[in-house]
Design a protein around this ligand. Structure first.
Ligand code: FA5
Length: 340
């Protein structure tokens, strides 16, 4: 009986190796494993095998079956690999999607370019900061509640005895301190970096970008601030845009302002988007004498101006696309990203 199985195997091997086509191979398979195939019948014969030989017969059956099936698969792959697949060179190619820089990266590049053209140096300072640089040196007395306005993330790390607790910088104004400690006036910096705040709604995101301008030199006045802001507005948003300053309060500037830009939808006449013709872009002011002193700059000799605005905010205002929610920018939704 066992010899019969070996014969089945040897004959199958011979037939499979001579076989030249898939049809022929299928015939061999059916001859062996079909309903009344040679192998199928041999399996049924197990009932006729003496009980003491049955186990060995079963093992041989399995070995023969595995060998033949493996050979059939191997032969099938071999025949398939020899079949030349038809290639039609006239079929149009598949169009590959082209990636592009994110809208925020483009805005950062453009903002850098606008300011470096008028002599500002692009800098970047740490995102993980100490309280002293983000608040203390910016004229916030210890434990002053104005810190709350910045809804800061604190880092679980040992506080510095000199600079206080560690935090994720909530604004690029910390870069003012780093810049003045590292360089003597004249200073013209544009610091563009990531900022973090515990905020999340249609116009706020926990991670966002600001660009901070700082100019410190002899005889710097509000007119320089106005001129710089107007220059930026016209270069970034368009020739027809104008700006205005509204009185405001920041600890680190005196006087302080909120900067508005004329609305592009109604050209400053007043509409649904802007209400009164103006859109807010961010804060600005003349550097507070205490901040200059904290950085070793003599306020009797030098003065300066600073401004800090949101990159996402200004690029959303510029784009002409109506982006109703800042969170869309970071949603990684290709339907949105492809449009920007
Ligand atoms: C400040 O952060 C000041 N440091 C700005 C400044 C610099 C004033 C220099 C004077 C001199 P404010 O908190 O208003 O100010 O933020 C400035 C801008 O950052 C806002 O107008 C907004 O455009 C952007 N911004 C603030 N928080 C978020 C947020 N969570 N998501 C997105 N953008 C934000």
């Amino acid at each position: 009986m066992k010899e019969d199985l070996i014969n089945i195997k040897n004959q199958a091997i011979a037939r499979i190796s001579d076989c030249q086509s898939l049809n022929e191979l299928e015939e061999i398979r059916i001859d062996l494993f079909g309903r009344s195939g040679i192998f199928t019948n041999a399996s049924k014969n197990i009932t006729k095998v003496a009980t003491e030989d049955r186990k060995q017969y079963g093992i041989t059956l399995n070995e023969v079956k595995t060998t033949i099936l493996d050979l059939l698969t191997e032969k099938k792959n071999h025949i398939n690999s020899n079949v030349r697949t038809w290639f039609d060179p006239t079929i149009p190619g598949e169009k590959q999607d082209l990636g592009h820089l994110h809208m925020v990266t483009n805005a950062i590049n453009e903002i850098s370019e606008v300011f470096t053209k008028i002599g500002f140096t692009r800098v970047r300072y740490p995102e993980v900061e100490y309280d002293y640089f983000a608040f203390g040196a910016l004229n916030f007395p210890d434990n002053h509640p104005a810190r709350d306005d910045w809804e800061t993330f604190f880092v679980e790390a040992p506080a510095s005895s000199q600079y206080g607790p560690m935090l994720l910088t909530p604004h690029t104004s910390s870069g003012q301190i780093r810049e003045m400690l590292a360089n003597k006036p004249p200073i013209r910096m544009i610091n563009i970096a990531k900022c973090y705040r515990r905020q999340m709604d249609v116009s706020h995101y926990p991670m966002f970008h600001q660009f901070e301008g700082l100019v410190v030199d002899k005889n710097i006045s509000i007119t320089h601030l106005r001129g710089t802001i107007d220059y930026f507005a016209k270069n970034f948003f368009g020739e027809n845009r104008t700006t205005r300053l509204r009185p405001y309060h920041f600890q680190f500037t005196e006087p302080s302002f909120e900067v508005d830009i004329s609305c592009n939808v109604c050209s400053g006449k007043g509409c649904k988007l802007c209400k009164e013709g103006w859109l807010e872009i961010g804060g600005a002011g003349m550097v507070h004498p205490n901040v200059l002193k904290n950085c070793g700059v003599d306020p009797k000799k030098y003065s300066g101006f600073a401004f800090g605005w949101g990159v996402e905010r200004v690029s959303m205002m510029k784009s002409g696309l109506s982006i109703p929610d800042i969170r869309l920018l970071y949603s990684s939704d290709l339907r949105v990203l492809k449009q920007l």
